[in-house]
Design a protein around this ligand. Sequence first.
Ligand SMILES: [Cu+2]
Length: 128
Amino acid sequence: MKKNETIAVGLMIAATILTVIGIFAIEKFRLAKFYTLNLTARAPENGNWYPQEFTLPYGQKVNLRIRNIETVTHGFAIPDLKVAVSEIKAGQVKSVQFTPDKKGTFPFMCTVWCSENHMQMRGKITVE
Ligand SMILES: [Cu+2]
């Protein structure tokens, strides 16, 4: 009886560990199919978006990770591709997934009034 209980507890622990590993593996596999791009949000006086110009693959799923390294809130939008992240708070990282469905060069910009240079907080995305 004692031995069976030990086996049962062992199996439960193993099942729990395998479930957790499985969830991470599925998430990793899901995101592996995405073209990932890391974007840093900074007000123009602190260097502006980095990178300020980049290229995305047409028709492929994109995972855009935006990191706000500042002490003010920023926003993000690519109006031509109908992509927007309303608020990225100080220190936050936000991810947005989309598929670029138009070729060309499009502006992207900050959508939150973040500094007196806010209107210059913009960049260019080329989809090809
Ligand atoms: Cu901003």
